[in-house]
Design a protein around this ligand. Sequence first.
Ligand SMILES: [Zn+2]
Length: 169
Amino acid sequence: MIFAPFKNVFLCAALAALLSACVNGGGSTPFGGAATRRPPTAAAEAMTSALGDAINSAWADSNPDTRGQKREQGFWVYQNTTTGNYGSRRFPTEGSSRHSMRPGFPPAVAGYKVVAFFHTHPNTEAEGYVPNVASPSDLEYSKELGRRLGMGNLPGIFKSHDGVFYFNF
Ligand SMILES: [Zn+2]
């Protein structure tokens, strides 16, 4: 697989206390952008349903209930250009932490195009995080990867302890 990591573009949780450690210039508000709890489009609903197992697997691998063992996980959402079926490829975990990942550029998959990305927010407000918004880095990744794929902002999905959230659909 070929990855072309972005420079200075990564996913990162919005931290209430340590925000400056994770902001890299994106986002228009201190804590990123609003995300909705309900699938905002039919496509969002369809991919969530089709990728339920992948979402649950990534969430479980985040160790969301084990303090000291939490680690963000994620994947790109692919869609078959002929059948419309959805598939996924996990993000590389190299360089990831409890609140950040560096997914880089998605590998090409014959017959498929990248239509969205998913990642986990395993940290809680009690731990000093703002888990239910798209962080500035999430928005920057959406914007930059979408640009490189020749489209608008790439739709994003994330899961926190409070459920599944959507942004930029
Ligand atoms: Zn995030």
